[in-house]
Design a protein around this ligand. Structure first.
Ligand code: DGY
Length: 322
């Protein structure tokens, strides 16, 4: 039987590329620059399986490009860059890689929380610019974490992992907003308070950390009105998706001092970063590093491979979405 033709749109960790190539007829995007929409659309007619990442936009036009692809095995947990309805209409299965990047992403949420609270980015920039004049009692004073309220918007796997780090490691109190209350054992472990409405959480939290999926339902969830409700002097952390935040409103709040700081790993139209943020000292800007450690990136690839393998052998897909 001939091997399935698989297109991998970006370079993956070597071990995963090797494992994939042992079982399938794999085409790699050697250049590792994002493929054009036209090339992605053409691929729909040429391959059996498409393996995209968050940097590809698999919209209805791409999906309409051909009838051969029957599995879109995404390398990543978030899938708001894939038009699930269009895929479903053509009977194309979509899978993702949940679970394996939970710890790595929670680590980046804590990195941003610590960097913003302790003004680490500002300090590093000052030092590198040769502008550090030495230790003094009033230099770059930040905020303590102990006893402060971490407000989680969404309470899925990554939010819980972030809360565990913040609570057990740094003595933070935990509150969360979500559609429903979390597992009572988790709530008890974290002493977590549930807010059924977002504004209640935003009013209480010293640090708000976003953990909701991207897409239409959460677009601009943190808009000017929501930011106005946030506690004066509080902080916003986003490791979820850029579209969840109105960045113009965020920049205004950072400029006026209503918010003390923000830590962002994601942006609405990556790799563009909203210009209004670039000149501000009190924002830490990371280039979508949430899952970027070697163990995690390899595990994500192996998870995507497990989905392709299951599809190839007509088994139940381990991680279907939609
Ligand atoms: C994901 O998996 O959705 C991340 O944003 C990419 O690491």
């Amino acid at each position: 039987m001939s091997k399935l033709k698989v297109l991998v749109t970006r370079r993956w960790p070597e071990a995963v590329e090797r494992a994939l190539a042992e079982e399938f007829d794999v085409t790699l995007n050697e250049s590792d620059v994002p493929m054009s929409q036209q090339a992605l659309a053409a691929a729909m007619a040429e391959y059996d399986v498409l393996c995209p990442t968050v940097s590809d936009r698999i919209d209805a036009d791409v999906i309409a490009g051909g009838d051969r692809v029957k599995l879109i095995a995404n390398y990543g947990v978030g899938f708001d860059h894939i038009d699930l309805a269009a895929a479903k209409a053509k009977n194309i299965a979509v899978t993702n890689t949940p679970g394996v990047l939970t710890d790595a992403t929670a680590d980046i949420a804590m990195t941003l929380l610590l960097m913003t609270a302790r003004r680490a980015g500002e300090g590093e920039r000052e030092l590198r610019a040769g502008e550090w004049s030495g230790w003094r009692p009033t230099h770059l004073i930040g905020s303590a974490l102990k006893g402060k309220v971490l407000g989680l918007v969404g309470m899925g796997r990554i939010a819980i992992a972030t809360a565990r780090r913040a609570h057990h490691g740094f003595g933070m109190r935990v509150a969360y907003y979500g559609r429903r209350e979390c597992d009572p054992a988790v709530a008890q472990e974290l002493g977590a308070t549930f807010h059924p409405d977002l504004n209640g959480l935003l009013r209480e939290a010293d640090f708000v950390s976003l953990h909701v999926p991207g897409g239409g339902e959460t677009a601009n969830l943190i808009d000017a009105d929501a930011i106005a409700v946030m506690k004066p002097g509080s902080y916003l952390i986003n490791t979820a998706r850029g579209g969840v935040v109105d960045h113009e409103a965020l920049a205004d709040a950072l400029r006026s001092g209503h918010l003390a700081g923000a830590g962002l790993d994601v942006y609405p139209a990556e790799p563009q970063v909203p210009a209004a943020l670039l000149g501000l000292e009190n924002v830490v800007l990371l280039p979508h590093l949430g899952s970027a450690n070697s163990e995690t990136r390899e595990a994500m690839g192996m998870c995507a491979l497990a989905n392709v393998r299951a599809y190839a052998s007509d088994k139940e897909l381990p991680n279907p979405v939609g």
